[in-house]
Design a protein around this ligand. Structure first.
Ligand SMILES: Cc1cc2nc3c(=O)[nH]c(=O)nc-3n(C[C@H](O)[C@H](O)[C@H](O)COP(=O)(O)O)c2cc1C
Ligand code: SF4
Length: 396
């Protein structure tokens, strides 16, 4: 007799029926040139849907133009959402639900179409923008903060109308809301800076605005960094407190990642250094120079191991009652089972779905399934490639 792998059993997320527990992690696809979604974005996600994935995530949907890291990212406005409707409908027809990752880059931007300094909790250098001559960031005023909260609410309402089944607010990886949470980047002296209670004020206002926009019955996930991995930054104990606050404020699920895209990305995707892949695809000569000078320190190889966030994420599991979504190094049938047994409700997959887009189908036929992904991280550099993200090893 064959038994169904527990990751292939149905689940629900605030009333949303999901045919199994396997979800796509948000991975900015770079398949929307100029921020315009079309056939290439559809084809990428349709392939996952045809592999029997329960829910995919459209990576990095910026809540406003100023929230884009670069001009190829989608902004959640009427013009972008019109073509998205058809893409989402196509995914629904293939039995796959769709979440959208709500992002805002805050003080770090290389989107020169912005024509103004990016804004975050505090002013200072915009390291990511050096290559575009965008050297500095400004501090947000109280009025800017109110407007940002309103943008999250507006974008969430539009995403729901467009057909998304869920949204995922990005509270981690060093992006805008994480910059408010982190004492490394938030030096404000007002009610949005200082104590953790104050640093949580904007993220909680954003969650409340999104909830008000989408209603009680619509799933809202939040992606956090368990640790920024930097002295003076957010650490595991903070993550437990942040998670408790988000849980009490009514979030439906937490995705427990780690690291920051700017300073400590290797925590996020353990494995081989991403430096060779970045150098392979980066065309900007200033960025290439920065990588050559600082790359070895910024992107050290971190030995891969399965479920590398599990132990710390379990601390969050014990502290909250919302759904928990495991992320980070789940690539075998055994790991999926272990994460679910540890009390996680769903599993988000990044690289293993790039290597094996039909992973759920394979799992159904093989109880000893192991993804082909070697965690070489060559795919990470393809964020900058014209073809968009892909696994150069198994899907060249
Ligand atoms: C090519 C690529 C692009 C990514 N882009 C994003 C992104 O836009 N937003 C995000 O939150 N995480 C992003 N990530 C991180 C993944 O969501 C995930 O946290 C990470 O890959 C670890 O999960 P894994 O071991 O299943 O790959 C990206 C990862 C990869 C490999
Ligand atoms: S390039 Fe392919 S094998 Fe290497 S980490 Fe990415 S998905 Fe895995």
């Amino acid at each position: 007799m064959t038994t169904t792998h527990p990751a292939l059993r149905r689940g629900t997320l605030n009333g949303l029926e999901l045919k199994n527990r396997l979800l796509k992690a948000g991975t900015f696809e770079n398949l929307t040139p100029g921020g315009v979604p079309g056939d290439r974005l559809a084809a990428f996600h349709n392939r996952l849907a045809e592999g029997r994935l329960a829910m995919t995530t459209l990576g990095y949907c910026a809540v406003e133009n100023a929230g884009r890291l670069n001009a190829n990212m989608m902004v959640m406005d009427e013009d972008t959402c019109r073509p998205l409707q058809g893409i989402i409908q196509g995914l629904h027809e293939r039995g796959c639900k769709v979440s959208g990752q709500m992002g805002h880059c805050g003080a770090f931007s290389k989107n020169h179409s912005l024509q103004q300094r990016p804004k975050g909790p505090s002013g200072g250098l915009n390291i990511l923008g050096f290559s575009e001559g965008m050297w500095f960031a400004n501090a947000m005023s109280l009025d800017d903060i109110d407007k940002l909260v309103a943008q999250y609410g507006r974008a969430a309402a539009l995403m729901k109308d467009t057909g998304f089944d869920a949204v995922e607010i990005h509270f981690g990886h060093g992006y805008g809301l994480c910059q408010f949470l982190s004492p490394l980047t938030n030096h404000r002296k007002d009610e949005y800076g200082g104590s953790l209670e104050n640093r949580l004020r904007l993220p909680l206002r954003v969650l409340a605005a999104v909830r008000q926009a989408v209603g009680e019955d619509f799933p809202i996930l939040g992606k956090i960094s368990l640790s920024e991995g930097r002295r003076g930054g957010l650490h595991y104990d903070d993550a437990v407190e942040i998670s408790k606050a988000l849980d009490q404020a009514g979030i439906d699920g937490l995705v427990t990642s780690g690291g920051t895209s700017t300073f400590n990305p290797m925590l996020m995707f353990r494995g081989d250094s991403i430096l060779p892949a970045l150098l392979r695809h980066e065309k900007n000569r200033w960025m290439r120079l920065i990588y050559r000078l600082m790359g070895k320190r910024m992107f050290p190889s971190m030995p891969y191991r399965e479920l590398y966030f599990l132990e710390q994420a379990k601390r969050v599991r014990e502290a909250v009652s919302c759904n928990m979504i495991h992320i980070g190094g789940a690539s075998t049938a055994e790991s999926f089972e272990q994460a679910l047994e540890a009390g996680f409700d769903f599993i988000q997959l990044g690289r293993s779905l790039l290597a094996d887009p039909d992973l759920p189908t394979q799992l159904a036929g093989n109880s000893a399934f192991k993804s082909r992904c070697t965690h070489c991280n060559a795919c990470v550099g393809t964020i900058e490639s014209e073809r968009g993200i892909h696994c150069p090893v198994f899907n060249p």
